[in-house]
Design a protein around this ligand. Structure first.
Ligand SMILES: C[S@@+](CC[C@H](N)C(=O)[O-])C[C@H]1O[C@@H](n2cnc3c(N)ncnc32)[C@H](O)[C@@H]1O
Length: 154
């Protein structure tokens, strides 16, 4: 399958099935039968920090970080339906985030060298260009910024 076909197939799947996965693959969970962020504390103190989530899905990880005092919340996802769910969830809890509908393989419309944390929970494994995605993520991070991700390796 060509890259654009893969992206289109995935976009359609997530637009149609967003509600099925609502809140199921999000912090504090990193994965099935895996220690959680509440056990590992990989993020540390995120008070006031600028956070970008790649493949933010239904927004539950953004909410988790908002409740821990994150300063700025940004999320990107391929699926507008997922972003609509994320926007509703955050709004209902009194938070706002900059949510961008984009594929992670593209140069995102986000500031460079800006984020304290870029993270992704069960998202990175969907990329069609792993090295390109990692290179772009590095460009969004401040010097000494942190990248945290979990994913299924097929
Ligand atoms: C398993 S879900 C995880 C989402 C998130 N952790 C959550 O709690 O909802 C994977 C997400 O990746 C998104 N996705 C898949 N391929 C993508 C791509 N190429 N670029 C950006 N997002 C993508 C899907 O739309 C979906 O929301």
């Amino acid at each position: 399958m060509f890259e654009e076909e893969i992206i289109e197939t995935n976009r359609n799947y997530w637009n149609e099935h967003a509600d099925l996965w609502y809140g199921t693959t999000a912090l504090p969970q990193y994965g099935v039968r895996f220690p959680t962020e509440d056990d590992l504390h990989l993020f540390g103190d995120i008070s006031g920090k600028k956070m970008l989530e790649i493949c933010c899905g239904s927004g539950h990880s953004l909410l988790y970080n908002a409740n821990k005092g994150a300063g700025e919340l940004w999320g990107i996802d391929l699926s507008q339906k997922q972003l609509d769910n994320a926007s509703d969830l955050l709004m209902k809890n009194g938070y706002t985030a900059k949510l961008i509908c984009s594929k992670m393989e593209d140069e995102l419309n986000v500031p460079k060298k800006y984020f304290d944390y870029v993270y992704s929970i069960y998202g990175i494994g969907w990329t069609t260009d792993l090295q390109g995605t990692f290179d772009k993520i590095a460009s969004y991070l401040k010097k000494d910024g942190t990248f945290i991700f979990s994913c299924i390796i097929p």
